[in-house]
Design a binder for this molecule. Structure first.
Ligand SMILES: *Cc1c(COP(=O)(O)O)cnc(C)c1O
Ligand SMILES: [Zn+2]
Length: 368
């Protein structure tokens, strides 16, 4: 198993602890995976994402057994005719980031790592801190000083050292990277480390199983750095390569109106995403002005014949209220997905007759 540079194709063993190629290129992961045998997983007694071990970068008898907290296998709930919600707040730290953190931290433990650094707008930090605590790995988590108190308390409760950085999300990332460079500690980044998507891809595997061996026509996916979006795309490709689907579903991506660099590049037909000004949004979980994986995200959306729209804070708050009145209490950022469904149906009326899945990414009590 190796990291492979997306630019120059150099490979590095995982033991190198590289997070970026010497040429500056981002790293992806290459390893042998087997197709998942869904006739086995659908009757497995393992009610977590680890039942898909055949397509994950660890072995059946491996350290994940000491790290898992039952993450994954979240319910798929019918919200309306043809519309399904995947309730990702049923996770140990109440957001889908546990999928990636479980796999990344299990691998870190396997590599004998005892200390990691991560930076986050909140939920990835909570997930890394919790799985780090579970695995006996010390975590240094960098967050913006504007991050919601509840998320900071959650991270601190797990014994992680919190570094509150004034400035933008990019300043936070730079501070984390400076510590990684200074101390040579393992960078448990959900943006740079491709092990994270090996976890988030299980979101799609579960839906495939829950829909009896089919995927919906479209996935609504919120996007800042692309943690869920790139994971979903990897799963689509694997299922396609294995002949388990014959066509990729559309990725209908969602950004916040006040911070939408990927949508801007998409509309302008660009392949590279230029940073924008973050004009301030309540959707803090996706407020990423300079997404490092912008090109990969654009490629994934275009390849699936998908689209990207934006949602205003007003629409988000309205959608959050509507969801809560139906019984689903989600964090503010998560409500963009429900708001996006109505907007997408208005844009593409044929969607109303097609199956669509949206994620309820995080729990309501995470927001103030
Ligand atoms: C992480 C996260 C997202 C997706 O953001 P990415 O930056 O694309 O990973 C969406 N909603 C919530 C609640 C999140 O925590
Ligand atoms: Zn390179």
């Amino acid at each position: 198993m190796n990291y492979i540079c997306v630019e120059c194709k150099s490979t590095f063993p995982l033991e190198s602890h590289k997070w970026k190629c010497d040429c500056g290129g981002l790293l992806n992961l290459e390893f042998d995976k087997k197709p998942v045998d869904f006739s086995k997983t659908s009757i497995s007694k393992n009610h977590s994402l680890w039942k898909y071990i055949d397509t994950l970068p660890l072995e059946e008898a491996d350290v994940w057994q000491e790290v898992t907290m039952g993450e994954g296998d979240t319910p798929l709930i019918k919200l309306a005719e043809n519309l399904y919600a995947k309730a990702e707040y049923y996770m140990p730290t109440l957001s889908f980031k546990d999928r990636g953190a479980a796999v990344l931290i299990a691998m870190a433990k396997k590599l004998g790592i005892d200390r990691v650094v991560a930076d986050s707008s909140g939920n990835a930090g909570s997930a890394i801190a919790a799985f780090g605590a579970r695995a006996g790995i010390q975590c240094d988590i960098f967050v913006a000083d504007s991050t919601s108190d509840k998320k900071i308390k959650q991270i601190e409760a797990h014994g992680a050292v919190i570094h509150k950085i004034p400035g933008t999300r990019e300043d936070v990332a730079n501070a984390a990277i400076a510590m990684v460079e200074d101390t040579q500690v393992f960078y448990a980044s959900h943006i740079f480390n491709p092990l994270f998507w090996e976890g988030t891809k299980t979101y799609v595997y579960e839906i495939y199983e829950q829909m009896d061996g089919k995927l919906p026509e479209a996935f609504i996916i919120p996007v800042g750095n692309g943690t869920l979006l790139i994971g979903a795309y990897i799963a689509f490709k694997e299922l396609l390569d294995n002949g388990q689907i014959d066509k990729m579903p559309k990725i209908l991506a969602v950004q916040a109106t006040a911070c939408a660099p990927i949508q801007k590049a998409f509309l302008e037909g660009e392949n590279l995403v230029s940073p924008v000004e973050n004009n301030g949004t309540l959707a803090e979980g996706i407020a990423i002005a300079a997404p490092a994986r912008g090109s990969e995200i654009l490629k994934a959306v275009r390849e699936t014949n998908g689209d990207i729209i934006t949602i205003t804070d007003e629409e988000t708050m309205q959608a959050r209220k509507e969801l809560a009145l139906k019984g689903f209490y989600v964090e503010i950022t998560s409500a963009v997905n429900y708001a996006a469904y109505s907007k997408y149906v208005a844009k593409y009326p044929e969607l109303i007759d097609q199956k669509v899945v949206l994620p309820l990414c995080g729990a309501g009590i995470k927001s103030n």
